[in-house]
Every structure is written in C-alpha cells, then in structure tokens.
Design a protein around this ligand. Structure first.
Ligand code: 13P
Length: 344
C-alpha cells in the first residue's frame, strides 16, 4: 500500500505536471458565475466543468484534477462520466472531501474545517468511483490577535485525521492548510504564521502516523495581504516562500503544490517560476518538487472568455490551456512574461 501511495503522490505532483483544482463547491461556483453574469444552474456548472476537463492538450500540463462531489459521480455534456473524461485526458481524478470551513465556536473571526464524521465510508465510495487522491482545505485568517493557537491546532488535527483516513483507503491526501491573503498583514507576518502553521500540521501528521512519502502538501505562497501597501517583488516572495518551506516541511514529502489564493494568473506563474529558478541555484537541491494546484489563477481568464456562452467555448479552452502551459513552463523555471504577449 505504501509503495502505491508514494508512486501516486510522485506522479501527481513531482512528475513535471501540476494539478487543476476544479473542486469549487456549488456555492463558490455560483458566486463566480454570478460575478461573470452566468446563470447559476446545474446545467451551467456541468457545462463549465466539462469545458475544463475536455480542453484539448490539457493532459500534457495537468496530472490530476480535483473534482467536487457534484461532479465525480456525474457525466459531462456528452454522457461520459467526469472520471472517464479525466482518464481519457491522461489526468488522475481526485476529490474534495471536506465539507467546508465553518465559524469556529469560541473563536470569533476564525474557521474550522468540518467533514470527519462518516469520512471513512465516504472515502470508500469515492475509491469505487475511481478517485486516486483527495483534498481537504483548512483556512487560517490573519488579523488583530489572529490566528489563535486553538484554531491552528484544531485545523491541524483535522487535517491529520483526514490524511490518515485517506491513506487507509488507498487515497493520496492533498493536505491544504491555507493562510489567507485577505487583510493588510505584511509579508513578514504571513511568513511567521505560515511557518507556525506548517510546523503544527507536520507535528500532527507525525502523531497520526501519516506516511509523508505518500502525501502532497498544498501550501500558500508567503505573500503580503492584498490590502498591504508594501507589495514585495517576485524574487523576494520566491526567496521567502522557499526559505519558509525549508524550515517547516520534512524532506520525505515528495512535492508541494501551491494554491493561488486570489493572485492573478500571471503573478502566480511568475512567482512559481522564480522559485524554480531559485531552486536551480541552491548549493543543496530542494528535497521536494515545487508544483501548482491552482483554481482561480488557472480558471478565471477562461471563465471570463466563456461567460456561459457555447460559441465562446473554444476560446475559453484556449485561455485555459494557455495558463496551464505557462504554469508547466514555471515548473522548469522556463516561464517568461513574453509568453503572455504571444497569447494576447
Ligand atoms: P485557488 O487556487 O483559487 O486558491 O484554489 C485552490 C484551492 O483548491 C482552494 O482550496
């Protein structure tokens, strides 16, 4: 079992391709549709998810797609199941298994991710449907007096319980403790909190006997808050992020796949690229691969082009493939801003 988990984790995030997060809950998907003027119906959600997974050429850039519960058991527009559509594209299907971040009792302004009750049984169902990996996202809010230890520890514990259950079921857990970009905090504040959160998460993963070689860490980049006046340059973000990860992520973990967290597609590609450029210059190679598991930074340009209109489907797929290719190049440190001009 451990060999298989390690092999899948490596193929997923250490094999030179990245992950496409398309696991928005219906509420989140509807919110993005509303902003783009798209009707918030089950048919439109199906059409959008079908558009994403059937993008020609996507499998050259994407190793795994994280699906949502509404998607994994369903068929796309032509009647083929989403799991088979992913397989046809050479993409491994995964599934978001948490049931969302809810307000945490006794901790105003903070959230705890729910979904452990009945998880063992649900995981078995997902395995039968064809999933090979799973995702659970915890969110950590920065603010006055936040985050609290109580919130960090409760979320780390839930992530570790989830990861252990996944491995028991033969699924690779993608462990996502996300330090949010919302707020006016500085890069240094994000760095300190990110390192503390990662230390706590890995202590819990160790305690719950999670096999680190058979998991993927989904991490935030270390960034100043969106409302912070001081926005550091790409090379500073890359250096501080890599240093923070070196301090807190064990060498046994095969790969770290970044979330985008509200960065633009171009910035997310540029920062990921710079980290992989930096990695080539270090006297000791990094012990893990640095990959991507973006949702917004890869989907949003395509969603804007599509805006729910069938005639715009091909153009939207081209926009998606463009971002996927930029991120593929960033994995090698080969992304350049000029790639954006060629596409435009
Ligand atoms: P973003 O890349 O939009 O942050 O989403 C990644 C994700 O999977 C959040 O759980």
């Amino acid at each position: 079992m451990q060999n298989r988990l390690a092999e899948t984790a490596n193929q997923l995030a250490a094999g030179g391709r990245g992950l496409l997060a398309m696991d928005e809950s219906n509420a989140t998907c509807n919110k993005r549709f509303a902003q783009a003027g798209i009707p918030q119906t089950i048919e439109k959600r199906r059409a959008w998810r079908d558009l994403l997974i059937t993008t020609p050429g996507l499998g050259a850039c994407i190793s795994g797609a994280i699906l949502y519960d509404e998607t994994i058991g369903e068929a796309g527009c032509q009647g083929t199941s989403f799991v088979n559509l992913a397989a046809q594209a050479g993409i491994m299907p995964g599934i978001k298994v948490d049931s969302g971040a809810k307000p945490m009792a006794g901790h105003p302004g903070e959230k705890i991710t729910e979904g452990l009750d009945g998880l063992r049984e649900r995981l078995q169902d997902y395995v039968k449907m064809g999933a090979v990996f799973a995702k659970w996202r915890a969110v950590i809010v920065l603010g006055a007096g936040l985050p609290t230890r109580g919130c960090i520890e409760a979320n780390a514990h839930a992530l570790a319980r989830y990861a252990a259950l996944c491995q028991e079921a033969g699924l690779v857990p993608v462990v996502e403790p996300e330090v949010l970009m919302d707020g006016a905090h500085t890069l240094e504040q994000c760095r300190a909190v990110t390192v503390e959160v990662l230390h706590t998460v890995f202590a819990e993963l160790y305690r719950q006997r999670v096999f680190l070689e058979g998991m993927v860490l989904k991490a935030n980049m270390v960034l100043p808050g969106l409302a912070c006046v001081q926005q550091e340059a790409v090379d500073v973000v890359a250096e501080v992020t890599v240093q923070s990860l070196q301090q807190a992520v064990p060498a046994a973990v095969p790969a770290i796949a970044f979330l985008s967290g509200g960065q633009s597609g171009e910035l997310a590609s540029a920062r990921l690229n710079q980290m992989n450029v930096l990695a080539k210059t270090l006297s000791h190679p990094l012990p893990w691969k640095l990959a991507f598991s973006f949702a917004r930074a890869i989907q949003m340009p395509a969603l804007t082009v599509w805006h729910g209109s069938e005639p715009c489907k091909d153009a939207a797929q081209r926009a998606l493939l463009h971002r996927a290719r930029c991120n593929l190049a960033a994995l090698q440190g080969d992304y350049a801003a000029s790639m954006e001009r060629v596409h435009a």
